[in-house]
Design a protein around this ligand. Structure first.
Ligand SMILES: [Cu+2]
Length: 67
């Protein structure tokens, strides 16, 4: 099972975390999602492409890059 880590900026509260989780879970190939507000990061398992995941989160308003 592939694991992808993203560095995500702009998350300020649990609502932001929920939004990011929702966006990531909606992507094809995603098995599980763990978003950390404290670490400004996410860990995703599954076969999704890191660049695609980063773009989806960025497009939702939280600039993200593969970490
Ligand atoms: Cu928020």
């Amino acid at each position: 099972m592939a694991e992808t880590r993203l560095s995500i900026s702009g998350m300020k509260c649990g609502g932001c975390v929920a939004t990011v989780e929702q966006v990531l879970r909606a992507q094809a190939g995603v098995e599980s999602v763990e978003v950390s507000l404290d670490n400004a990061s996410a860990v995703i398992t599954g076969q999704a492409d890191a660049g695609v995941l980063a773009k989806a989160v960025t497009d939702a308003g939280y600039p993200a890059v593969p970490a």
